[in-house]
Design a protein around this ligand. Structure first.
Ligand SMILES: [Zn+2]
Length: 141
């Protein structure tokens, strides 16, 4: 992302007179205070590269999701939403009506989070502040 949103673009798209330049990272951080915000990256993105580092500052590294199968991009997004709402099983059942069990499992695997500290599985219905029961690390999901 561009580090700064120029005032001219803000004025053009939002029609605000007197708009000032906005720091893009700070703007995303503010969005994250209210919304469960994720950055979904295309399969061409390399984990840990400069783009990941920049978005990690904006939405935290835990909220960067590397899509493995671009044809299923919407399913990954819906899966993240379903997990956040505690209805991951419903998401999988819905996807089974359209895709093979192998594809459902392949899309589900990266959505099923692991603790970044110890690698333990995190329940798919975990949301908000979550404490890993194995290492006691607190995560913001
Ligand atoms: Zn842990």
């Amino acid at each position: 992302m561009h580090p700064t949103v120029p005032h001219g673009q803000i004025a053009h798209y939002l029609g605000e007179d007197g708009a000032k330049d906005v720091d893009a990272i700070e703007a995303w951080q503010q969005v994250c205070e209210t919304w469960n915000t994720w950055f979904l990256r295309r399969p061409t993105g390399k984990p840990g590269d400069a783009v990941d580092k920049q978005w990690g500052q904006a939405v935290t590294e835990q909220k960067i999701f590397h899509i493995e199968d671009e044809q299923r991009a919407v399913d990954y997004a819906m899966g993240l939403i379903a997990r956040s709402w505690g209805h991951f099983g419903d998401f999988q059942d819905n996807m089974r009506a359209r895709q093979s069990e192998e594809k459902v499992q392949a899309v589900s695997a990266p959505i099923e989070l692991k603790c970044p500290n110890c690698g333990a599985p995190i329940p798919v219905d975990a949301a908000g502040m979550f404490k890993c029961r194995y290492c006691n690390t607190t995560l913001k999901l």
